[in-house]
Design a protein around this ligand. Structure first.
Ligand code: BGC
Length: 906
């Protein structure tokens, strides 16, 4: 024993030394192209269970020198790890491909086999033609590619179990699992995986998503037990909440499972959900997304999910029809418990009533620790607000009961957290607690779709950072496999307007590519045969057809996927359905004007006519569609929809523009900003419309916004595009009503649904993301991170920070698919600095702004002068030129990190 340990130690030291020397050699030695990193397949790193037959790859490039591009790449994909280790790809060796593509590279090897794991790596050639070392090996695994591979049936039951005996060593085992509702899969006494509230919510009758788990190490030779607990989730949510024509989908939750096991010697065993499973009631008395969970720990069945449990009193599981929809792989980050939080305070506003304050409005639930006698019932009620007396205010939860009830089993310290519900809350009221709870009796569990954070924005003005924090929280806590409006009352819906308004912000802050890919398919699933789309997806609330500001999420999200991630496949896959949508709109327009509307500019302060807004969306949708057609090489359709767009524009101006006043519709901020954003305004009147917009903000409303969430998304970028970034900044930094800063000043920790502070029984969620669109403006305008016009996926970047008067500095960065793009500037009298990072294989225009009063401007990059006496000074590696445009000097730069410093003379 001793000897073996010593041996292991010596090996460890030797390995450590090699690694260290390797690293040193690597860091200090090699010049040139470095191995690619961040290998992704269908936007995911090392995904398990994908069902795209020609998956797309991306990688991030690194190089020690500036101004580097990829001149060629080679991808190897092998069915065995040893294959790639030997630099061979038995299923695909792309060979040296002389292309610069490092994102959206489509697999082009042998057909990929169901359930098979593949290993891949990539190298690239730099500008000078030097090859990089290969990347580390990544992998991806296919899911079940055909419906026939699912051998089982949908089965019902609260708790389901099945034993199996395996005679031999387990080489590989996979579980493919889904449910109508939610499931928790258990094997041999333990929960499998870390997903919660799985699978994602979809239009179940059309499509159900399954998750793939590697369960090789969970199974053992001999006896095993598989178990599942089921919850209703969105599948069974009752009539109490929805129109009869949209739900609930099913009476009871159901499970569909397929387990495939490979044993030593090549034998295979498969287990599927069917009537041979046993079913029982369990400790969950009731569960509902909106109402919470009722759990009686006395009804727990110890050992039920372990082998050799006596299930003779259980009944046979009931096989049901379930969903006849497509089974698709869940190819996006799952919902998970992301964090645990201790409450910040605990009060006792009434005898026996305890109120915990989490200090942050959040989505999820709490973990309760309690000790007491069997049958004691503890009730947890959730709220976003408290009354002045410290008791919870739940008026804004509407019909959602939002409470969890736990009945103790009376066996010492008990810990409980619910499985099949979630709440939106900052405060938790605890009643029925045996004894006096302490701060430690509850722990907040932050739950949402586990998207990675890719962006950061911070500036010298604290209120902006506070707003960014609110956006961050509201965005994340409104990701529950679909983008939701809110997380607390009986809605939590995929309201499409909210989704489109905040998608750009979300894409700067978080890794949204796989999430929106999924949601766009959800939208397609929800489309009616005639092309119209509902307000919510999956459809539960709202109308069909939805308001155009909501329906438009379909073309817009596709468009943002194209812009942000260069996703051409999304455009291809949705082209026909988008065309149907556009044709639906055309068939409902009269004389080229589309007027149907419901919401218009939702939660606005100044009213803008809904028919005008609808018509602007109509123009936007048709022109986007024409551009998509163009991109896909459908020239004739592009031209014909281009003509339709031109007719709509003409009709729109004829109907809604008043040339005498320079106003669209009734001249609100929303009305004029939308027209400016979409370039609807006749040239001669452009300045009048801009003046009307800025005058309305400054003089009529004392520098406040009056738009709802539909319009405000346009106001900020339009102000910047028309040279009024200082005014946009004042709106962003405003702290009186209506403004984002007002919410902060009033103590909000997430964004509100309304500009108004309201705490009564009406619609006034304290956590809505829809006003979060200003977050995109933070990155684009203040941070200065933009795509160059006509570029996508950050290949050509434009860094153009708006150095506004009141800010001393701002800093933004985004981990794009191609690598980190960042921009940080500072401003002091006579000096502006700008630090920029551009990933390998991208380039940028860097706009270094000078102030009006600055004369005799000189710019250094690092320690070299690059601009002097009105001219570009060449010689700095990475820079290829500079021009002056008004007060700004625009540098053309290749990849690398740059540090510009502008100084002015007297
Ligand atoms: C939702 C909104 C949504 C709106 C549209 C509200 O109840 O919370 O976010 O967009 O309805 O009707």
């Amino acid at each position: 024993m001793f000897h073996r340990d010593r041996c292991a130690q010596v090996i460890q030291v030797i390995v450590g030394l090699f690694l260290f020397l390797g690293l040193v050699g690597y860091t200090y030695g090699a010049e040139g192209p470095e191995p690619p990193t961040d290998l992704r397949c269908e936007y995911l790193s090392n995904p398990i269970g994908i069902d795209v037959r020609e998956p797309r790859f991306s990688w991030v490039l690194h190089h020690t020198a500036r101004a580097q591009v990829q001149t060629a790449y080679q991808v190897l994909v092998s069915s065995r790890p040893e294959g790639v280790d030997r630099d061979t790809g038995d299923v695909w060796d792309s060979g040296k491909v002389a292309l610069s593509d490092s994102i959206q590279v489509v697999y082009a090897g042998k057909p990929l086999a169901s359930g098979q794991t593949y290993y891949w790596k990539v190298r690239y050639w730099d500008t000078a033609g030097n090859a990089s070392p290969y990347s580390a090996t990544a992998q991806f695994e296919m899911g079940l590619l055909s419906r026939d591979e699912w051998k089982g049936q949908w089965i019902e039951g609260d708790m389901l179990r099945k034993e199996l005996t395996l005679d031999g060593k387990i080489v590989r085992a996979r579980a493919y699992v889904t449910a109508l509702g939610y499931y928790e899969l258990r094997i041999n006494g333990e929960k499998v995986g870390r997903n919660v509230l799985d699978p994602a919510w979809t239009t179940y009758p059309k499509r159900v998503l399954y998750t793939t788990y590697d369960i090789t190490r969970r199974l053992r030779s001999g006896k095993n037990a598989l178990g599942a607990m089921l919850g209703g989730g969105w599948a069974t949510l009752g009539e109490r909440f929805f129109d009869p024509d949209v739900g609930p989908y099913y009476k009871a939750p159901a499970l569909l499972l397929q387990v495939n096991i490979e044993l030593e010697g090549g034998r295979t065993v498969s287990v599927a959900s069917d009537g041979s499973w046993r079913a029982s009631k369990g400790p969950i008395v009731s569960d509902s997304v909106y109402d919470g969970e009722v759990y009686d720990a006395r009804r727990e069945i110890p050992g039920w999910d372990r082998p050799e449990f006596d299930d003779s009193t259980w009944s046979a599981a009931q096989a049901v029809e379930g969903s006849k929809g497509t089974l698709s792989a869940q190819m996006m980050p799952p919902i998970r418990v992301i964090d645990s939080m201790l409450p910040v305070s605990l009060s006792n506003p009434k005898p026996g009533v305890y109120v915990f304050d989490m200090g942050q409005n959040m989505s999820g639930w709490v973990q309760l620790r309690v000790q007491g006698s069997a049958g004691t019932q503890v009730t947890l009620r959730f709220a976003e607000l408290v009354y002045p007396d410290g008791t919870i205010n739940r008026e804004n939860l509407e019909a959602a009961k939002s409470r969890d009830i736990y009945t103790l089993k009376g066996e010492g310290q008990e810990t409980y957290e619910p499985r099949f519900t979630y709440h939106g809350f900052r405060y938790v009221e605890v009643t029925g607690y045996p004894g006096i709870p302490s701060l430690d009796s509850l722990r907040g569990r932050v739950v949402h779709t586990a998207v990675g954070t890719v962006g950061s924005f911070v500036a010298s003005k604290q209120i902006l950072n506070d707003i960014q924090r609110l956006i961050h929280w509201s965005q994340l806590t409104n990701l529950f496999s679909v983008p939701t409006d809110c997380d607390q009352r009986n809605e939590r819906q995929g309201w499409m307007g909210d989704a489109q308004a905040t998608a750009e912000e979300a894409m700067m802050n978080f890794d949204m590519a796989a999430f929106y890919t999924n949601f766009i398919r959800d939208i397609r699933d929800a489309q009616a045969p005639d092309g119209q789309l509902p307000d919510t997806v999956p459809r539960k609330y709202g109308s069909i057809p939805g308001d155009l500001g909501w329906q438009t999420a379909y073309p817009l999200l596709c468009w943002y996927m194209w812009q942000q991630y260069g996703d051409r496949r999304i455009l291809q896959e949705n082209y026909e359905a988008l065309k149907k949508y556009v044709e639906y709109l055309r068939s409902h327009a009269q004389d080229n004007v589309y007027r149907l509307h419901h919401e218009g500019d939702w939660v606005e302060v100044a009213h803008t006519p809904g028919d005008y807004i609808a018509d602007v969306w109509y123009y936007y949708d048709v022109s986007l569609f024409s551009r998509m057609a163009q991109l896909l090489g459908k020239t004739a359709e592009a031209a014909s929809y281009g003509r339709v767009a031109a007719q709509i524009k003409e009709a729109l101006n004829r109907t809604f523009f008043n040339a005498n006043t320079g106003n669209y519709a009734n001249g609100t901020q929303t009305a004029n900003a939308m027209a400016l954003f979409l370039d609807l305004v006749p040239k001669d009147h452009h300045d009048d419309v801009v003046d009307n917009l800025t005058n309305d903000i400054v003089y009529a409303h004392n520098t406040h916004v009056t738009s709802g969430f539909i319009g405000v998304k346009f106001v900020m970028p339009v102000l910047t595009a028309t040279g009024h970034s200082d005014l946009a900044y004042e709106l962003a930094a405003q702290t009186t009503y209506p403004s984002w800063g007002y919410m902060v000043e009033q103590g909000a920790t997430t964004l509100w649904e309304l500009w108004q502070k309201k705490t009564g029984p009406a619609m006034n969620s304290q956590n809505h993301i829809m006003f979060g669109s200003v977050g995109a403006w933070f990155y684009n305008a203040l941070g200065g991170i933009n795509l160059s016009p006509d570029s996508v996926g950050y290949q050509h970047i434009r860094i153009a920070p708006q150095v506004v008067e009141d800010l001393h500095w701002a800093s933004a960065s985004v981990e794009t698919l191609r690598g980190t793009v960042s921009s940080s500037w500072s401003h002091s009298p006579g000096v502006i600095t700008l630090e920029v990072a551009i990933p390998v294989n991208s380039d940028a225009q860097v706009v270094v702004p000078a102030e009006e009063q600055m004369t005799d401007v000189a710019i250094r990059e690092g320690d070299r002068v690059v601009w002097e006496k009105g001219h570009y000074v060449s010689g700095d590696p990475g820079l290829t030129g500079a021009t002056q445009d008004g007060r700004a000097i625009i540098f053309q730069v290749g990849s690398g990190q740059y540090s510009f410093r502008l100084t002015a003379g007297e």
